[in-house]
Design a protein around this ligand. Structure first.
Ligand code: NAP
Length: 489
């Protein structure tokens, strides 16, 4: 089966921060791939706005370099690069003054979708929103895209929402969480709500527990000053892992439409109980190699910030009563690996007796590397020698059956940018979701501060402090392997 690419409407996309790292690393390579796939109409225009004094050729050279660095040579034929560059303009503009804004307003066209990507520090979001209005750039149907972090606590998130809503309607604000743009995350919703098979099992009677792991092998390198003010709770749990948890735990929405989905996610966040200190393990990586420990890489030698966190959470509603959700995320762990696992209960009675061991079905949704969904089922090990049971994965990604490899699927950023152009907010966080997530996060962080709690140490290249394993062990469970989950349940 050949997949169909449906072109979006022609657009003017203005990237504030068009000379920044995100534009270079994600936005331009993503847009180029959509352009090559035939999704971006050639009469679309991308305007990179920043203070840097570049002329059109200088800026196109900057974009060419970004493509060379982040798109493999085999995927960027010269002709395509040239045509793509024809859609790109640079504008010298200062977000913090009125310089460059009249030129921007003069460039924007009527009759095409208009979107503004705020790929700058959050401190500039307010002034951008205000100047877009003041200089007549904001049309009634235009969209703004806001990058993470969205606030650092409830108060700052509320303030940010207030400022943005002063100038734009909620239906125009697209808050990015790129985890929601991943192919497998959407496939999770298709598998869950498109089949009759799973939903009857999707609750406390059949699910033993859920695990969500987002492990990174890199450290804070180069981002130490930002990261040390955030930590794993703010940087990962409050947004990415909370969003994944919501998609697993939410009730089926009545329709696959933005507000129906986001209403259900919001109910989940409201139902997550606040964890007790015994449900939380915080860690920070250490190394015998000078310069490799967390504290060597941040300025504050007295920092209490965690680079790892594991949580045992409960959701107080009928569906999930008594089912623990174990979340963990950290830096400098054994491997780069993100996975959500729904671990089902064992069969109520084993007709095979105890010697063949207890087996569980696991639905493993892997986000990286090698995005895919596997359902582990128990079968008889083939061959002679009597009854032996083994758990094998059923690949539910069906990349081959659909006639395309996962590598052809749009990556998270490009998919989300196309959704912005289509005007589809389903995979973007709504303001009340973000605030509710902070309302849950804030008291936990406050408690650590009041108790002056230090994170436990863990060696680089491991899976966090010992307490993380003990968190599950004490419940008679264990974390799924970080680097071997494709082959074992
Ligand atoms: P960056 O590399 O520091 O780039 C910042 C951009 O903002 C530059 O293009 C800079 O250009 C522009 N800028 C700064 N002050 C400006 C002003 N007064 N007026 C107009 N432009 C101004 O930052 P980044 O890594 O691209 O990150 C951008 C945003 O994305 C941040 O909110 C960040 O938290 C978020 N984010 C980034 C990543 C990533 O992978 N990089 C991932 C997730 C989220 P000039 O100096 O030329 O003006």
């Amino acid at each position: 089966m050949v997949s169909r690419v449906i072109p979006v409407e022609a657009f003017d996309l203005v990237i504030f921060g068009g000379t920044g790292d995100l534009a270079r690393r994600r936005i331009f390579p993503g847009l180029f791939r959509r352009f090559r796939a035939g999704q971006m109409p050639p009469n679309s225009r991308i305007v990179g706005a920043a203070r840097r004094q570049l002329d059109r050729d200088g800026y196109r050279a900057f974009v060419t370099e970004a493509l060379s660095e982040f798109v493999p040579e085999s995927a960027r034929p010269e002709d395509d690069v040239r045509t793509f560059l024809g859609c790109i303009e640079h504008l010298i503009l200062d977000a913090a003054s009125d310089s460059g804004w009249d030129a921007l307003s003069g460039m924007l066209r009527d009759g095409v979708v208009r979107a503004f990507y705020f790929s700058v520090a959050p401190s500039l979001f307010g002034t951008l929103a205000e100047r877009l209005r003041k200089h007549g750039c904001a049309s009634p149907a235009c969209r703004i895209v806001v990058e993470k972090p969205f606030g650092r606590d409830l108060e700052s998130a509320r303030e940010l929402n207030r400022i943005l809503r002063n100038h734009f309607d909620e239906s125009q604000i697209y808050r990015i969480d790129h985890y929601l743009g991943k192919e497998t995350v959407q496939n999770l919703m298709a598998v869950r709500f498109g089949n009759v098979l799973f939903e009857p099992l999707w609750h406390a009677q059949f699910v033993d527990h859920v695990q969500i792991t987002v492990a990174e092998s890199v450290g804070v390198d180069g981002r130490g000053s930002y990261y040390d003010k955030a930590g794993a709770m703010r940087d990962m749990i409050q947004n990415h892992l909370m969003q994944l948890l919501c998609l697993i735990a939410m009730e089926p929405p009545s329709r696959f439409d933005p507000d129906a989905v986001r209403d259900e996610k919001l109910k989940v966040i409201r139902a997550i109980e606040r964890p007790a200190p015994r449900d939380i393990v915080r860690g920070r990586y250490v190394s015998a190699v000078p310069g490799e420990s967390y504290l060597d890489q941040v300025e504050n030698a007295d920092s209490r910030t965690e680079s790892f966190i594991a949580l045992r959470l409960r959701i107080s509603n009928w569906r999930w009563a008594g089912v623990p959700f174990y979340l963990r995320t950290g830096k400098r762990m054994a491997a780069r690996h993100s996975e959500i696992s729904i671990v089902f209960k064992t069969a109520p009675h084993s007709i095979f007796g105890q010697t063949l061991g207890q087996h569980r079905n696991v639905l493993a949704i892997r986000l990286q590397p090698n995005e895919g969904i596997n359902l582990f089922v128990t079968i008889k090990e083939p061959g002679p020698g009597g009854m032996r049971l083994v758990d094998v994965p059923l690949d539910m990604t069906f990349a081959e059956a659909l006639g395309r490899g996962v590598e052809d699927a749009p990556a998270a950023y490009e998919r989300l940018i196309m959704d912005v152009i289509r005007g589809n907010q389903t995979l973007f966080m709504r303001g009340d979701e973000v605030e509710q997530a902070w309302a849950w996060t804030d008291p936990i962080i406050k408690d650590w501060r009041e108790r002056d709690e230090h994170p436990d140490s863990y060696q680089v290249g491991t899976n966090g402090p010992e307490g993380a394993a003990a968190l599950l062990h004490g419940d008679g469970r264990k974390w799924r392997d970080i680097d071997d989950t494709q082959d074992s349940a």
